[in-house]
Design a protein around this ligand. Structure first.
Ligand SMILES: *Cc1c(COP(=O)(O)O)cnc(C)c1O
Length: 330
């Protein structure tokens, strides 16, 4: 593999742990384990930390002084970017989108928004439909002000960011894990694209299953395949992916992005009560709800080894829009 520039600040390797009680509680005859990328160590961690090791190195190589990125109000990606910026002496501009109603009565800084502020990021508020334009405007303004901005794409999902998950998969293999299934939340596609490349490199025989958080099945498959091809090329590896090579389940989109429903609440509670693991309301709660439903439906054969790749996100539990629902339903 080509070496690409990298900084090292994540706490790696993240642990792999057995979760024996959850399958028992669900009465499904599988072996469940978890890869703890919620514990990557950067300001409460998550999957963006691995990507940022490569993205911030690229920003440094470009002589940038300011990191600019965008996401939803409770974006974990933005919070980790703000932390990486602070850690390496960059300024940070976050373009956060919120619904029109919440923009006007918008909640005080809680969950990831509070952390963004504590980490010293400048926040520019916008709405979801205007987010692309607001991001470009923020970048241009920073450029014109001589702040030498470097733009990190949504979710850190450029080939450089995705490459981190090719290495992460090799890390998993190096830990001796040989699961039949690897299941995780897939949204901007970088995590899944990187894992696809890493799995191919490792000659992995199991299945890699991304649970779509907010994208139609075919759209996500195509996006991940394209990004996996670009990532492999960046790494100098000759391999190609077609959409059919990318295994996606988009049956759990529920009420849409960021809407926590009964399935997500059940998953958050089950992982908490059975295993002492905190999931998040948006990504891992939804992916785990998918895993639980698929296990109940018998997708995984008796005795199979299922690894859930925890991608972080628990700080969003403290946003009132989620904590109020979880409390009310206690
Ligand atoms: C961003 C994020 C994901 C999705 O990862 P992608 O690489 O964007 O597909 C999953 N879980 C959490 C907690 C995230 O913050």
């Amino acid at each position: 593999m080509n070496q690409i520039p990298r900084l090292q600040f994540a706490h790696l390797p993240t642990p792999v742990e057995d979760l024996p009680r959850l399958p028992q509680a669900l009465e499904v005859p599988i072996r469940l384990s978890i890869k703890r990328d919620d514990a990557t160590g950067l300001a409460l961690g998550g999957n963006k930390t691995r990507k940022l090791e490569y993205l911030v190195a690229e920003a440094q190589a470009h002589g940038a002084r300011t990191l600019v990125t965008a996401g939803a109000a409770q974006s974990n990606h933005c919070r980790q970017t703000a932390a990486a910026a602070a850690r390496f002496g960059f300024e940070c501009i976050l373009v956060l989108s919120e619904s029109q109603t919440n923009l006007t009565r918008y909640e005080s800084a809680t969950g990831n928004i509070l952390l963004d502020q504590l980490l010293g990021a400048e926040i520019i508020w916008t709405t979801r439909p205007e987010r692309d334009v607001a991001l470009q405007a923020a970048f241009q303004d920073a450029w014109q002000a001589g702040r030498r901005p470097y733009q990190i794409p949504y979710g850190g999902s450029s080939p450089v960011g995705a490459a981190a998950y090719a290495y992460a998969f090799l890390e998993l293999v190096g830990q001796g894990a040989q699961p039949d299934w690897v299941v995780f939340a897939s949204s901007s596609g970088g995590t899944q694209a990187g894992i696809a490349v890493g799995a191919r490199l490792a000659g992995f025989r199991g299945r890699v299953l991304g649970i779509s958080i907010d994208e139609e099945h075919d759209v996500l498959q195509q996006k991940v395949a394209t990004l996996a091809n670009e990532t492999a090329e960046l790494l100098g590896e000759k391999m190609t992916f077609t959409p059919e090579d990318i295994f996606v389940n988009a049956d759990y989109l529920g009420g849409g992005y960021g809407v926590m429903g009964a399935a997500e609440m059940e998953a958050v509670r089950l992982f908490g009560r059975q295993e002492g693991i905190l999931l998040d309301p948006v990504y891992t709660g939804r992916a785990a709800a998918g895993l639980i439903d698929l296990a109940r439906k018998g997708l995984f054969k008796p005795g199979e080894d299922v690894l859930f790749w925890h991608t972080g996100g628990a700080p969003a539990l403290f946003a009132p829009r989620y904590s109020e629902l979880l409390q009310a339903d206690h």
